[in-house]
Each structure stands twice: as structure tokens, then as C-alpha cells.
Write a protein of this length. Structure first.
Length: 262
């Protein structure tokens, strides 16, 4: 039952993420303004906004102007649902009071990650409004967990991750005058560093994101799809790495520590 509820919630919030991304880019009020077709701007009815099903029923086209609706919409909705369900099934902590609070925070982070990933892929920009909210939320999470557990470990870990990830990105940004890494990536690095919750996890996040970017870039360079001077959005790799570190980071770090001690 919990899996079904999380799946449905993920679909709904994935739909919200799609709408929020477009409204944010267009400067619209995400609370007051109604959803509309991006082509003809006809206001959409409730029947047009059912996650995935509306897109399938309409054959991927607007009911009113018949122009194609991007596959981004169902993919984002399904991806968000998969992340919700997968996180619950893989969650590395117990669902004690602290673990449950951490999981609830994590679901909110997932929605923010989806918004940032879609925005960066479409317009190669990480909007400050969303990054700052996630940064504040990461700080609040560290404070709340420290209060629940009556331990400063979460705060110290957040500070370590903040320094390692955000600090390194800031240095790279300054040295290269913004050529190696964008300012948005630096700000996101600070937020994800806090969320990583420690220096080892922060280093793993950096390695995972960089390795993922390399795996994608090298084949694209080999087939001529991109050039050495091409800009590839790094935000989605950072966000994907944050998900991997959150769900598998502890196991990966323990495996590595065991490996080097053999």
C-alpha cells in the first residue's frame, strides 16, 4: 500500500515539477496562474492534467491546437514516481523517528532535484530560487536531525560536506574565471555538500558526478556530437550523484574502506 501511495504521489509531484519548471522560466505565478498549452496557451482542464494518462489518451498532442506535447512530461512524472518508490525500497536508514523525518525531507529534495535537472537540461541554467530553497532545506534538515538525535554529528557532517563540495567548486570557479564550472553549479555544490552529510560522502559525490559526466562526454566527443569547447550541463550529473550517495553512499564507502584494508 505504501508503495502505491508513494507511486501516485510521485506522479502528482512530477506533474507539479513539469508545471513549475515552465512557469518559473516564463516568469508566471506558480500558485495563481493556471496550466496552459505551451503552444496555443489555452488553459488546460483537469482532464488534461492527469499524470501520464492524459498524455497517452491525447496521443501526445494538445487537445486544442493539436501540436505535439513533449515526451518530457510523462518521463518526468514516471521518473519522479520511480524515485519515490525506489527510495522507499532502498532507504538505507531505519524508519525510526530520525529515519522517517530524513525520508520525508528526502522526498521534497527529489522534487527539487527533478525541477533543477529539467531546467538545466533545457536552458543550461540552475535557477537560484530553487537552489537557495534546497540549501535552506538542507540546513533545516541537519538542525532537526541533530535535535532529534541530541547529537551534533549531523551538523558537523553537513559543515564538512559544505566545505568539501562547495569549497572545491568555488576554487575551480575562481581559478578558471567560470570556464570550468558555472556559478550555478557552485551554489548547487554547497547545497548538495550539506545534504551529503560528511567529507567521505562529499568526495564520493564529486567522484560520481565527474565520472558520470566523463562517461557521457567521451562517446559524444568520439562521434562528433559535441566539441571540446561545447558546454554540457553538469547539474544533472551532480543531482544524479546526490541520489546515488544518499541511497548507496554508506554501502559504497564501507566497501571501499574494506577493500583498501585487505
Amino acid at each position: 500500500m505504501i508503495v502505491v501511495i508513494l507511486g501516485l504521489l510521485g506522479l502528482v509531484l512530477g506533474s507539479f515539477a513539469n508545471a513549475f519548471v515552465w512557469r518559473l522560466h516564463e516568469g508566471k505565478d506558480w500558485v495563481k496562474d493556471r496550466s496552459e498549452c505551451v503552444h496555443c496557451h489555452h488553459k488546460l482542464s483537469a482532464n488534461d492534467l492527469i499524470p501520464v494518462l492524459s498524455w497517452l489518451r491525447l496521443g501526445g498532442k494538445c487537445r486544442y491546437c493539436k501540436k505535439s506535447i513533449s515526451w518530457q512530461y510523462p518521463v518526468v512524472e514516471l521518473s519522479t514516481a520511480a524515485l519515490f518508490v525506489g527510495s522507499y525500497l532502498i532507504w538505507p536508514e531505519s524508519f525510526s523517528s530520525a529515519g522517517m523525518v530524513s525520508f520525508m525531507f528526502w522526498l521534497v529534495f527529489i522534487v527539487g532535484f527533478v525541477v533543477l535537472a529539467v531546467y538545466d537540461l533545457r536552458w543550461m541554467e540552475l535557477p537560484d530560487k530553487v537552489v537557495y530553497v534546497l540549501t535552506g532545506l538542507a540546513v533545516v534538515q541537519a538542525l532537526v536531525l541533530s535535535a532529534i538525535e541530541r547529537d551534533s554529528q549531523d551538523l558537523l557532517g553537513a559543515l564538512g560536506g559544505f566545505a568539501v563540495v562547495g569549497g572545491l567548486f568555488y576554487v575551480l570557479f575562481q581559478i578558471s574565471s567560470g570556464k570550468w564550472i558555472g556559478g550555478g553549479d557552485v551554489k548547487l555544490g554547497f547545497a548538495l555538500g550539506i545534504l551529503a552529510g560528511g567529507i567521505p560522502a562529499g568526495l564520493l559525490l564529486l567522484f560520481t558526478a565527474s565520472f558520470g559526466g566523463l562517461l557521457l562526454s567521451l562517446p559524444l566527443l568520439a562521434i562528433g556530437r559535441v566539441k571540446r569547447t561545447s558546454h554540457i550541463p553538469f547539474g544533472p550529473f551532480l543531482l544524479a550523484a546526490a541520489v546515488i550517495v544518499q541511497l548507496f553512499g554508506t554501502s559504497i564507502i564501507h566497501w571501499y574502506q574494506h577493500l583498501i584494508l585487505l
